[in-house]
Design a protein around this ligand. Structure first.
Ligand code: ZN
Ligand code: CU
Length: 489
């Protein structure tokens, strides 16, 4: 039996390595890339008959590896809405899940508590990686899932009180759970030491878990203990932890938050470079000046704007400014925030210069950090990747097109050790995006966050055409739960 061939003809092939693109053809068969070349129809590779191939005219378009979202909270979203249009329509073909210490597996509970609620309180049904794998296989998501295991999830699974360090016994229980998940192919460990439920964990607790990950060849990604006044100390802690354990480090959604810290990427980025001389280190970033997470009074300073994304006691507050709600209630913003909890918010806590400086850094990957369970989500959920290309490449010239794509593909696959993806290479899985570089544009805004982007013309996942511009995901849902162990020789 011969596999059906698809020939993407005459596009600008930007291969994900960061090297200059060139005009040519890309040939796919089944779920793999067969080869790249010039005028392949006239000069097919030996032994391949292209008479019956599906030929797609890509002249004037960019053909690139499918984008890899380096930072997501999509663990449950890929099960609940497997077509997953918000990401697919951005050209994303793989999502790295389980970030910020919060993963769905390995933990079972009827009603999860904050911050696990970021994934949906009733989503925690998977006691181990095998159970989560079965769920992904059954859901058949449209894109690939590369799971990290969350430190905070491990704490919930192994500990009664989270306001103290783990005991020796609890530490052993967490290590065993993590070891099982890594043996099943998980890509590494994430932490969210900033969150109350992990804040009491000393560096040693995390280092011991990172050692488990090191044995399996995984990575360690961290939402730092602080992104504000003590960010340098937090970065050194993360650096030491990864160095001692012998794992590559990813600093999640790197930012300097709060007006008092604006401009301090001039200190943090040189520190990253310094650490980089002794250990593997990378960062991810989303292209916006607002962050988004659970609603917390300590993040409400009365200075920065705060937009409510969801509120359990006041669902109608979703999409409204906290200042307006506080004025209406005749209370200060912190009291209003307290009344709206549990909930979520966008905090306009970054400076554009810092965002650009981080994004332009050669170690930085693009990650959306979108929150798919929010009633009125941050626009990064629908727009992050097209926005990098529209605003920061085409508009601001922050990097070349090839560098921008590299930050979304090859660099990310390398940093997370995702096998055979992220580059246009013979033998790689056929995750491919075709887009119009002149038209590509995000339409999602803070006011209207759920908008499809423009200019993403076609998305192929494992060789299957899964999305075409303008709307509905096609019926193909060819995504897989990826495993660190799937390297083909
Ligand atoms: Zn985070
Ligand atoms: Cu996150």
């Amino acid at each position: 039996m011969t596999l059906p061939h698809t020939l993407l003809e005459g596009g600008l092939l930007v291969d994900g390595s960061g090297q200059p693109g060139w005009q040519g053809d890309l040939l796919m068969a089944g779920d793999r890339i067969v080869c790249l070349g010039e005028r392949l129809r006239a000069h097919p590779p030996q032994g391949i008959d292209l008479a019956a191939a599906e030929v797609v005219d890509c002249r004037g378009k960019v053909v690139a590896p499918g984008f890899i979202d380096a930072h997501t909270h999509d663990d449950a979203a890929v099960l609940r809405m497997p077509e997953y249009l918000p990401k697919l329509s951005q050209g994303i073909t793989t999502v790295v899940t389980g970030n910020c210490g919060i993963s769905l597996a390995p933990y079972r509970v009827a009603q999860a508590k904050s911050p696990l609620t970021l994934l949906g309180a009733d989503s925690f049904r998977y006691a181990d990686m095998a159970a989560y794998r079965d769920a992904v296989v059954a859901a058949r998501p449209s894109l690939n899932v590369a799971p990290l295991i969350g430190h905070t999830t491990l704490r919930f699974a192994a500990m009664e009180d989270l306001d103290r360090p783990a005991s020796e016994q609890e530490q052993a229980r967490m290590a065993a759970l993590l070891d099982g998940c890594m043996a099943e192919g998980a890509f590494g460990l994430s932490s969210g030491l900033f969150y109350e439920e992990a804040y009491a964990a000393p560096a040693d607790e995390v280092t011991a878990l990172a050692r488990v990950v090191a044995r399996h060849g995984g990575v360690y990604a961290t939402h730092l203990r602080s992104e504000m006044a003590t960010i340098l100390e937090a970065m050194v802690e993360a650096g030491d932890c990864a160095f001692e354990a012998g794992v590559p480090l990813v600093i999640s959604h790197h930012k300097c938050a709060g007006p008092a810290n604006w401009g301090r990427t001039e200190e943090t980025l040189p520190l990253v470079d310094r650490l980089g001389e002794r250990q593997p280190i990378a960062m991810d970033v989303y292209p916006y000046v607002a962050g988004s997470t659970v609603l917390r009074e300590d993040l409400v300073d009365g200075v920065i704007d705060v937009l409510i994304t969801w509120s359990e006691p006041h669902p109608e507050a979703g999409g409204r400014m906290l200042a307006d709600i506080a004025a209406e209630w005749g209370v200060d913003q912190q009291s209003a925030a307290r009344r709206l909890k549990p909930g979520g918010a966008c905090y306009f806590q970054m400076h554009e210069d810092d965002v650009e400086r981080v994004m332009a850094h050669p170690r930085t990957m693009i990650g959306s950090d979108g929150l798919p369970h929010d009633r009125h989500p941050h626009p990064r959920l629908w727009g992050a990747f097209p926005r990098v290309l529209a605003r920061y490449w085409r508009g601001r010239g922050l990097f070349t097109l090839e560098q921008a794509i590299h930050k979304m593909t090859g660099l990310t696959a390398r940093n997370f050790r995702i096998p055979d993806r992220g580059m246009l290479r013979a033998g790689h899985h056929a995750d491919v995006v075709v887009f119009d570089a002149e038209r590509i544009r995000d339409l999602a805004t803070y006011a209207q966050p759920e908008q499809l982007s423009e200019g993403i013309e076609a998305v192929y996942v494992n060789g299957q055409c899964t999305y075409r511009e303008g709307g509905a995901a096609l019926t193909a849902r060819a995504g897989r739960l990826l495993s660190r162990k799937d390297f083909s020789a």
